[in-house]
Design a binder for this molecule. Structure first.
Ligand code: NCD
Length: 300
Protein backbone atom coordinates (compact mmCIF):
# COMPACT_ATOMS: atom_id res chain seq x y z
CA UNK A 1 0.00 0.00 0.00
CA UNK A 2 1.61 3.25 -1.18
CA UNK A 3 1.29 6.66 0.49
CA UNK A 4 1.03 9.16 -2.32
CA UNK A 5 -0.97 12.05 -0.91
CA UNK A 6 -3.34 13.29 1.76
CA UNK A 7 -6.11 14.13 -0.69
CA UNK A 8 -7.02 10.46 -1.12
CA UNK A 9 -6.39 9.39 2.44
CA UNK A 10 -9.42 8.85 4.69
CA UNK A 11 -9.79 10.30 8.16
CA UNK A 12 -9.49 6.89 9.88
CA UNK A 13 -6.13 6.19 8.18
CA UNK A 14 -4.82 9.62 9.13
CA UNK A 15 -6.01 9.18 12.72
CA UNK A 16 -4.40 5.74 12.93
CA UNK A 17 -1.03 7.13 11.80
CA UNK A 18 -1.20 10.10 14.20
CA UNK A 19 -2.15 7.89 17.14
CA UNK A 20 0.58 5.37 16.40
CA UNK A 21 3.14 8.18 16.01
CA UNK A 22 2.44 9.18 19.59
CA UNK A 23 3.84 5.82 20.76
CA UNK A 24 7.13 6.66 19.06
CA UNK A 25 7.49 10.24 20.33
CA UNK A 26 10.41 11.25 22.56
CA UNK A 27 11.98 7.84 22.40
CA UNK A 28 15.11 6.45 20.82
CA UNK A 29 14.17 2.82 21.43
CA UNK A 30 15.08 0.44 18.61
CA UNK A 31 12.50 -2.10 17.48
CA UNK A 32 12.83 -5.08 15.18
CA UNK A 33 9.41 -4.68 13.54
CA UNK A 34 10.98 -4.20 10.10
CA UNK A 35 13.92 -6.57 10.53
CA UNK A 36 15.08 -8.05 7.21
CA UNK A 37 13.17 -5.42 5.29
CA UNK A 38 14.81 -3.01 2.91
CA UNK A 39 13.86 0.63 2.37
CA UNK A 40 15.23 2.59 -0.57
CA UNK A 41 15.34 6.37 -0.18
CA UNK A 42 15.42 7.92 -3.63
CA UNK A 43 15.82 11.69 -3.69
CA UNK A 44 15.83 13.58 -6.96
CA UNK A 45 15.72 16.90 -5.06
CA UNK A 46 17.65 18.26 -2.10
CA UNK A 47 16.53 17.32 1.37
CA UNK A 48 17.91 17.42 4.89
CA UNK A 49 15.07 16.81 7.33
CA UNK A 50 12.83 14.53 5.28
CA UNK A 51 15.58 12.27 4.08
CA UNK A 52 17.39 12.00 7.40
CA UNK A 53 14.18 11.36 9.31
CA UNK A 54 13.02 8.60 6.94
CA UNK A 55 16.41 6.98 7.37
CA UNK A 56 16.36 7.31 11.16
CA UNK A 57 12.75 6.08 11.29
CA UNK A 58 13.58 3.00 9.21
CA UNK A 59 16.65 2.21 11.34
CA UNK A 60 14.69 2.59 14.59
CA UNK A 61 12.28 -0.04 13.28
CA UNK A 62 15.16 -2.36 12.42
CA UNK A 63 14.98 -2.04 8.61
CA UNK A 64 17.98 -1.84 6.29
CA UNK A 65 18.14 1.37 4.27
CA UNK A 66 20.00 2.74 1.33
CA UNK A 67 19.82 6.34 0.18
CA UNK A 68 20.33 7.41 -3.38
CA UNK A 69 20.58 10.99 -4.62
CA UNK A 70 19.82 11.78 -8.23
CA UNK A 71 23.09 13.56 -8.89
CA UNK A 72 25.01 10.45 -7.84
CA UNK A 73 22.81 8.00 -9.71
CA UNK A 74 22.37 6.88 -13.28
CA UNK A 75 19.66 9.43 -14.10
CA UNK A 76 22.56 11.85 -14.57
CA UNK A 77 23.82 9.37 -17.21
CA UNK A 78 20.56 9.55 -19.12
CA UNK A 79 18.61 6.66 -17.61
CA UNK A 80 14.84 7.18 -17.57
CA UNK A 81 12.89 7.33 -14.34
CA UNK A 82 11.11 4.07 -15.12
CA UNK A 83 14.39 2.27 -15.85
CA UNK A 84 15.96 3.58 -12.64
CA UNK A 85 12.95 2.46 -10.64
CA UNK A 86 12.81 -0.94 -12.35
CA UNK A 87 16.48 -1.42 -11.55
CA UNK A 88 15.86 -0.57 -7.91
CA UNK A 89 12.73 -2.74 -7.95
CA UNK A 90 14.85 -5.71 -9.04
CA UNK A 91 16.80 -5.34 -5.78
CA UNK A 92 13.53 -6.21 -4.04
CA UNK A 93 13.06 -3.36 -1.59
CA UNK A 94 9.95 -3.49 0.57
CA UNK A 95 9.24 0.20 -0.09
CA UNK A 96 10.69 3.17 -1.94
CA UNK A 97 10.61 6.69 -0.50
CA UNK A 98 10.74 9.12 -3.35
CA UNK A 99 11.14 12.88 -3.81
CA UNK A 100 10.93 14.32 -7.30
CA UNK A 101 10.61 17.77 -8.90
CA UNK A 102 7.76 16.61 -11.18
CA UNK A 103 4.25 16.70 -9.72
CA UNK A 104 2.73 13.24 -10.10
CA UNK A 105 6.02 11.33 -10.55
CA UNK A 106 5.42 8.97 -7.59
CA UNK A 107 1.82 8.32 -8.71
CA UNK A 108 3.08 7.38 -12.15
CA UNK A 109 5.63 4.95 -10.73
CA UNK A 110 3.20 3.45 -8.27
CA UNK A 111 1.22 2.32 -11.32
CA UNK A 112 4.32 0.70 -12.84
CA UNK A 113 5.98 -0.97 -9.90
CA UNK A 114 4.67 -3.56 -7.45
CA UNK A 115 6.76 -1.95 -4.66
CA UNK A 116 4.88 0.47 -2.35
CA UNK A 117 5.95 4.07 -2.90
CA UNK A 118 5.97 6.78 -0.24
CA UNK A 119 5.82 10.29 -1.63
CA UNK A 120 8.41 12.51 0.08
CA UNK A 121 7.39 15.53 -2.00
CA UNK A 122 6.43 15.71 -5.68
CA UNK A 123 6.92 19.10 -7.33
CA UNK A 124 4.27 21.58 -6.21
CA UNK A 125 1.72 18.82 -5.55
CA UNK A 126 1.85 16.93 -2.22
CA UNK A 127 4.13 16.15 0.71
CA UNK A 128 1.94 13.83 2.78
CA UNK A 129 4.32 12.95 5.62
CA UNK A 130 4.96 16.67 6.22
CA UNK A 131 1.23 17.31 6.69
CA UNK A 132 1.02 14.30 9.02
CA UNK A 133 3.91 15.50 11.18
CA UNK A 134 2.42 19.00 11.18
CA UNK A 135 -0.92 17.61 12.37
CA UNK A 136 0.87 15.60 15.07
CA UNK A 137 2.60 18.81 16.21
CA UNK A 138 -0.64 20.82 16.28
CA UNK A 139 -2.36 18.04 18.23
CA UNK A 140 0.46 18.09 20.79
CA UNK A 141 -0.65 21.68 21.47
CA UNK A 142 -4.43 21.56 20.91
CA UNK A 143 -7.05 18.91 21.83
CA UNK A 144 -8.44 18.72 18.29
CA UNK A 145 -8.12 20.20 14.79
CA UNK A 146 -11.84 20.93 14.58
CA UNK A 147 -12.57 24.67 14.46
CA UNK A 148 -8.92 25.78 14.61
CA UNK A 149 -7.88 28.78 12.58
CA UNK A 150 -4.68 27.99 10.71
CA UNK A 151 -2.89 30.70 8.72
CA UNK A 152 -0.52 29.38 6.04
CA UNK A 153 1.64 32.25 4.81
CA UNK A 154 4.11 32.56 1.97
CA UNK A 155 4.70 31.03 -1.44
CA UNK A 156 1.49 29.02 -1.55
CA UNK A 157 1.55 28.54 -5.33
CA UNK A 158 4.70 26.43 -5.28
CA UNK A 159 4.19 24.68 -1.95
CA UNK A 160 3.39 20.98 -1.72
CA UNK A 161 3.47 21.47 2.06
CA UNK A 162 0.57 23.95 1.81
CA UNK A 163 -1.46 21.63 -0.43
CA UNK A 164 -1.09 18.57 1.78
CA UNK A 165 -1.84 20.61 4.88
CA UNK A 166 -4.94 22.17 3.33
CA UNK A 167 -6.30 18.70 2.53
CA UNK A 168 -5.58 17.32 5.97
CA UNK A 169 -6.77 20.30 7.99
CA UNK A 170 -9.92 20.67 5.94
CA UNK A 171 -10.80 16.97 6.41
CA UNK A 172 -10.73 17.56 10.17
CA UNK A 173 -12.78 20.76 10.19
CA UNK A 174 -10.07 23.38 10.65
CA UNK A 175 -10.42 26.72 8.89
CA UNK A 176 -7.39 27.44 6.70
CA UNK A 177 -6.45 30.98 5.68
CA UNK A 178 -3.95 31.08 2.84
CA UNK A 179 -1.92 34.28 2.60
CA UNK A 180 0.78 35.56 0.27
CA UNK A 181 1.41 38.05 -2.52
CA UNK A 182 -1.10 37.71 -5.38
CA UNK A 183 1.62 36.33 -7.66
CA UNK A 184 2.18 33.45 -5.25
CA UNK A 185 -1.45 32.87 -4.29
CA UNK A 186 -3.64 31.87 -7.25
CA UNK A 187 -7.35 32.42 -6.57
CA UNK A 188 -8.34 28.88 -7.53
CA UNK A 189 -6.59 27.57 -4.39
CA UNK A 190 -9.70 28.61 -2.46
CA UNK A 191 -11.41 25.70 -4.23
CA UNK A 192 -8.83 23.14 -3.10
CA UNK A 193 -10.96 22.04 -0.15
CA UNK A 194 -13.85 23.23 2.00
CA UNK A 195 -13.13 25.83 4.71
CA UNK A 196 -10.32 27.58 2.83
CA UNK A 197 -10.16 31.36 2.42
CA UNK A 198 -7.53 33.63 0.86
CA UNK A 199 -6.11 36.96 1.87
CA UNK A 200 -3.21 39.06 0.63
CA UNK A 201 -2.88 40.80 3.99
CA UNK A 202 -0.72 39.15 6.66
CA UNK A 203 -2.43 41.01 9.53
CA UNK A 204 -5.80 39.68 8.41
CA UNK A 205 -4.42 36.15 8.12
CA UNK A 206 -2.92 36.20 11.60
CA UNK A 207 -5.95 37.68 13.35
CA UNK A 208 -7.08 35.16 16.02
CA UNK A 209 -4.97 32.38 14.51
CA UNK A 210 -4.32 29.23 16.56
CA UNK A 211 -1.53 28.22 14.23
CA UNK A 212 0.73 30.26 11.95
CA UNK A 213 2.55 28.16 9.39
CA UNK A 214 5.25 30.01 7.46
CA UNK A 215 6.58 28.79 4.12
CA UNK A 216 9.85 29.29 2.32
CA UNK A 217 9.83 31.18 -0.98
CA UNK A 218 10.54 28.33 -3.41
CA UNK A 219 12.88 30.11 -5.80
CA UNK A 220 13.77 26.82 -7.47
CA UNK A 221 10.17 26.51 -8.74
CA UNK A 222 9.66 30.14 -9.79
CA UNK A 223 10.28 30.80 -13.41
CA UNK A 224 9.13 34.41 -13.35
CA UNK A 225 10.85 37.34 -11.61
CA UNK A 226 10.70 36.67 -7.88
CA UNK A 227 9.19 39.12 -5.39
CA UNK A 228 12.11 41.37 -4.26
CA UNK A 229 13.44 39.86 -0.99
CA UNK A 230 13.42 43.14 1.01
CA UNK A 231 9.81 43.91 0.08
CA UNK A 232 8.81 40.33 0.72
CA UNK A 233 9.96 40.46 4.34
CA UNK A 234 8.31 43.84 4.83
CA UNK A 235 4.92 42.60 3.63
CA UNK A 236 4.96 38.86 4.35
CA UNK A 237 7.75 38.20 6.83
CA UNK A 238 6.55 37.11 10.29
CA UNK A 239 7.85 39.39 13.04
CA UNK A 240 7.28 39.65 16.80
CA UNK A 241 4.95 42.63 16.35
CA UNK A 242 2.49 40.33 14.52
CA UNK A 243 2.05 37.78 17.29
CA UNK A 244 -0.26 39.80 19.61
CA UNK A 245 -2.92 39.71 16.86
CA UNK A 246 -3.07 35.92 17.02
CA UNK A 247 -4.51 33.84 19.89
CA UNK A 248 -2.31 34.22 23.01
CA UNK A 249 -1.26 30.55 22.81
CA UNK A 250 -0.61 30.62 19.05
CA UNK A 251 2.03 28.23 17.74
CA UNK A 252 4.40 29.15 14.93
CA UNK A 253 5.39 26.43 12.50
CA UNK A 254 7.71 26.13 9.49
CA UNK A 255 8.57 22.96 7.55
CA UNK A 256 12.16 24.15 7.09
CA UNK A 257 14.57 25.01 5.74
CA UNK A 258 13.95 28.47 7.20
CA UNK A 259 15.38 31.64 5.72
CA UNK A 260 15.80 33.99 8.67
CA UNK A 261 15.05 37.59 7.77
CA UNK A 262 13.29 36.53 4.61
CA UNK A 263 10.00 34.86 5.61
CA UNK A 264 10.48 34.82 9.40
CA UNK A 265 12.51 36.90 11.84
CA UNK A 266 15.02 35.18 14.11
CA UNK A 267 13.17 36.51 17.17
CA UNK A 268 10.02 34.64 16.13
CA UNK A 269 11.81 31.49 14.95
CA UNK A 270 13.60 31.24 18.30
CA UNK A 271 10.67 32.39 20.46
CA UNK A 272 8.73 30.22 22.88
CA UNK A 273 5.81 30.25 20.40
CA UNK A 274 7.91 28.40 17.81
CA UNK A 275 7.46 24.62 17.48
CA UNK A 276 9.77 24.30 14.48
CA UNK A 277 12.11 21.83 16.18
CA UNK A 278 9.15 19.87 17.58
CA UNK A 279 8.08 19.43 13.96
CA UNK A 280 11.48 17.95 13.15
CA UNK A 281 11.24 15.59 16.10
CA UNK A 282 7.73 14.53 15.14
CA UNK A 283 9.00 13.87 11.62
CA UNK A 284 10.74 10.76 12.93
CA UNK A 285 7.76 9.50 14.97
CA UNK A 286 5.29 10.03 12.13
CA UNK A 287 7.56 8.41 9.55
CA UNK A 288 8.02 5.40 11.84
CA UNK A 289 4.23 5.06 11.96
CA UNK A 290 4.03 5.38 8.17
CA UNK A 291 6.82 2.88 7.50
CA UNK A 292 5.31 0.37 9.89
CA UNK A 293 2.04 0.67 8.03
CA UNK A 294 3.52 0.46 4.55
CA UNK A 295 6.25 -2.14 5.17
CA UNK A 296 5.04 -4.00 8.25
CA UNK A 297 4.37 -7.74 8.48
CA UNK A 298 0.68 -7.36 7.68
CA UNK A 299 1.62 -5.86 4.31
CA UNK A 300 3.59 -8.86 2.95
C1 NCD B 1 9.69 21.35 2.29
C2 NCD B 1 9.70 20.68 0.92
O1 NCD B 1 10.70 20.11 0.51
O2 NCD B 1 8.66 20.73 0.30
N1 NCD B 1 10.74 20.96 3.11
C3 NCD B 1 10.63 19.84 3.88
O3 NCD B 1 10.34 18.77 3.41
N2 NCD B 1 10.83 19.98 5.20
C4 NCD B 1 9.54 22.82 2.19
C5 NCD B 1 10.63 23.60 1.52
O4 NCD B 1 11.54 23.06 0.90
O5 NCD B 1 10.56 24.83 1.63
Amino acid sequence: MSLLGIEDLGRPEIEAILTRAKDFQASTVKYDTLKNRLLVNLFFENSTRTRASFEIAAKRLGADTISITASASSTSKGESLVDTLNTLGAMRPHAIVMRHAASGAPHFLARYLPTPIINAGDGTHEHPTQALLDARTILDNRPSLEGLRVAIIGDIAHSRVARSNVHLLSKFGAHVVLCGPATLLPEQLAQLAPNVTLTYNIREAIQDADVIMMLRVQLERQHETPFPPGDYFKFYGLRLEHLPHAKPNVIVMHPGPINRGREISSEVADSNRSVILNQVENGIAVRMAVLERVMGASQQ
